[in-house]
Write a protein that binds this ligand. Structure first.
Ligand code: DGY
Length: 324
């Protein structure tokens, strides 16, 4: 009998084609995530499910699944899934590490440049008809070259950002529980305490996963340690930053600006307090959003579902103890 797989949103066709070669596939065609009652109903009979970070796969949803063997999350982050519960139920969970590293680092770097050099502000200025002449003091920003970049979390994406920063002649500091010798050797990165990183960096970019210990790791105390010129970049998960404290720090001039791809609650609407601040650049969680990368993510998520269902061990398993 053919396996059954549910896909919670349209993903690039190559991923769907791969799944269809091995299984009966049902796709939620809505533009928004499937409502919880639909998710609960659809998960009941399937062997595999391909989920997005917008699907909360918690105890209640997992409790409805009768045959589920694998959850292929179409993201490197998997904080939307109750991993302990999935493990308890013997369900394999996979993610999409590696394939989106460079694309996400590109976006983090683009946000640094956009905020530091007033690119979005400048664009608005021109479009709104404010540009009268070349002015010596118009839209002065912060240099990228020779600035100090503090990277919180020197994993794959942090290192990819360090490589870009090194090419721009930046001084690189990092905070991580491990010593990342490769980054120290290749990019002259220096491991420091979080306090030191916050106190001396011109740009601070967050590249840590969301876990109970990283939740709200940047709050009022941390903002108060930063330089007035500091610019915060976040392309990881919004919940690592206390958003109310960030807004206060931006309003009071405790820090100079922020470039954000992720938010405490997504999506944010046009009335969100962040949208009123001139010194931020906001994008809608598009870190991995390139044609090429999203296709690779689709193939990886689909591939690991198929591998699991055909009795193989997917390389990108998040809870390997399930197969031990
Ligand atoms: C991820 O993969 O975790 C990103 O947030 C979306 O690509």
């Amino acid at each position: 009998m053919m396996h059954k797989i549910y896909v919670t949103r349209k993903i690039p066709q190559q991923g769907l084609d791969l799944l269809k070669r091995y299984a009966e596939v049902k796709i939620w065609e809505g533009e928004l995530p499937p409502p919880r009652d639909i998710l609960r109903k659809e998960i009941r009979e399937v062997d595999g499910i391909l989920t997005l970070l917008t699907d909360r796969i918690d105890k209640e949803i997992l409790g409805a699944a009768k045959n589920l063997k694998v959850i292929g999350n179409y993201a490197v982050g998997f904080d939307n899934i109750d991993i302990d519960e999935a493990t308890r139920r013997g369900i394999v969970v996979t993610n999409t590490p590696g394939v989106l590293t460079e694309t996400t680092a590109d976006l983090a770097f683009a946000l640094m440049m956009a905020v530091g050099r007033n690119i979005v502000r400048g664009d608005r200025y021109v479009r709104e008809g404010n540009w009268k002449t070349w002015e010596p003091m118009l839209l002065l920003g912060m240099d990228i070259n020779e600035a100090t970049l503090g990277i919180i979390g020197m994993g794959r994406i942090g290192q990819a950002l360090a490589r870009r920063a090194f090419g721009f002649n930046m001084r690189i500091l990092y905070y991580d529980e491990y010593n990342i010798q490769e980054a120290e050797r290749s990019f002259n990165a220096k491991k420091v305490s979080l306090e030191e990183l916050l106190q001396v960096s011109d740009y601070i970019s967050i590249h840590a996963p969301l876990t109970p210990s990283t939740r709200n790791m940047i709050g009022s105390k941390e903002f108060s340690m930063m330089r007035k010129e500091a610019i915060l970049i976040n392309t990881s998960r919004g919940l690592l930053v206390d958003e109310a404290a960030l807004i206060e720090a931006l309003e009071r001039g405790t820090i100079a600006g922020a470039g954000l791809d992720v938010f405490q609650e997504e999506p944010i609407g046009k009335d969100h307090p962040l949208c009123r601040l001139p010194n931020v650049v906001l994008v809608p969680h598009i870190g991995s959003a390139s044609y090429h990368t999203r296709t690779k993510m689709a193939l990886m998520a689909a591939g690991s579902i198929i591998e699991t269902l055909t009795g193989k061990r997917p390389e990108n398993i998040v809870n390997p103890e399930v197969l031990a």
